[in-house]
Write a protein that binds this ligand. Structure first.
Ligand SMILES: Nc1ncnc2c1ncn2[C@@H]1O[C@H](COP(=O)(O)OP(=O)(O)OP(=O)(O)O)[C@@H](O)[C@H]1O
Ligand SMILES: [Mg+2]
Length: 282
């Protein structure tokens, strides 16, 4: 069992540093010294204070921390939906500016377009990227099959349950074949049973497709079940304080993970860390 007490803030030379697309071992996604302060009439909030993170190709990494520690802000900045005050980001060694077409974002609140069919909703990201109708419908159908919703392709979204709508959101993101999939509490509004089913589905999709995933969650068990690594955040100012390697065997089943002695230790360590305690992990 291992953990990294130094976040990547103090790491060595990176593609972001050099701007050079280098070796095959380079991270697929790099964030360096990201800073963001929100100033409102009432207060000034340091949402991100020099956050750095390197994500390996094919990795499943979760961002976990108390409300207000900057997880969504970081994800939005990674995608280009929000502009940072300072800091750099790079995809595959190439510095990014603006919204990246090579990443896809799954929101907590999926907001499917009610006047469009499930298929047309799943094809939205492709449409935005200028893919022609025939190709986008083919690719949307392919991902709907992956998430078990092919038979609902022509249905309007309001006929779907919350879990099914969330699956459409995942399909919409996967349809663009992103290099990195960003997911912000995608299962946060679902009941426990649906949530567990979708956790297993996303783990299977991830294993099958090899897509790099950056996943935000409040749920420590969800993070342990899904992740290769878990980045722990603290608020005021929002900062990355530690990265935990979840070196549990794969494939994982929910039962195995819950019962695994290391998982129990991870859980108590992470909870203690998030409550501000120090905790130890051997
Ligand atoms: N547009 C904004 N204007 C002002 N303050 C903002 C804005 N967006 C975020 N903040 C503040 O920045 C801090 C970080 O917010 P953020 O949404 O990133 O946190 P979070 O970790 O995602 O929280 P949660 O777990 O509740 O989703 C919070 O204090 C929040 O109030
Ligand atoms: Mg959030």
């Amino acid at each position: 069992m291992t953990y990294d007490t130094q976040n990547t803030k103090t790491g060595g030379s990176t593609a972001v540093d050099s701007g050079v697309a280098a070796s095959s071992s380079r991270p697929i996604l790099e964030v360096k010294d990201m800073c963001k302060t929100f100033i409102t009439k009432e207060r000034t909030i340091v949402a991100l204070d020099h956050v750095s993170l390197s994500v390996k190709p094919g990795e499943f990494i979760s961002l976990v921390g108390p409300s207000g520690c900057g997880k969504t802000t970081l994800l939005r900045i990674i995608d280009g939906l929000e502009k940072a005050d300072a800091g750099l980001r790079a995809l595959d060694g190439v510095p990014l500016d603006g919204v990246s077409q090579e990443m896809a974002y799954v929101f907590q609140d999926i907001n499917l377009l009610p006047w469009r069919s499930v298929l047309e909703n799943a094809a939205l990201g492709l449409e935005a990227r200028g893919v022609n109708k025939k190709d986008r419908h083919e690719r949307a159908m392919e991902v709907l099959e992956m998430v078990g919703l092919a038979s609902f392709a022509s249905a309007p979204p309001y006929t779907l349950s919350g879990g099914m709508q969330q699956r459409v959101g995942v399909a919409r993101a996967l349809a663009v074949r992103p290099k990195v999939l960003l997911m912000d509490e995608p299962f946060g509004q679902l009941d426990n049973f649906t949530r567990e089913a979708l956790q297993i589905e996303i783990a299977n999709l991830w294993a099958k497709l090899g897509t790099t995933i950056v996943f935000v969650t409040h749920d420590v068990d969800e993070a342990i079940f899904l992740s290769d690594r878990i980045a722990l955040f603290q608020p005021n100012p929002g900062r990355l304080t530690e990265i935990v390697d979840v070196d549990l065997p794969r494939p994982r089943t929910d039962y195995d993970v819950r019962a695994h002695p290391h998982a129990i230790e991870f859980r108590s360590y992470i909870m203690s860390h998030l409550r501000g305690g120090k905790g130890t992990l051997e």
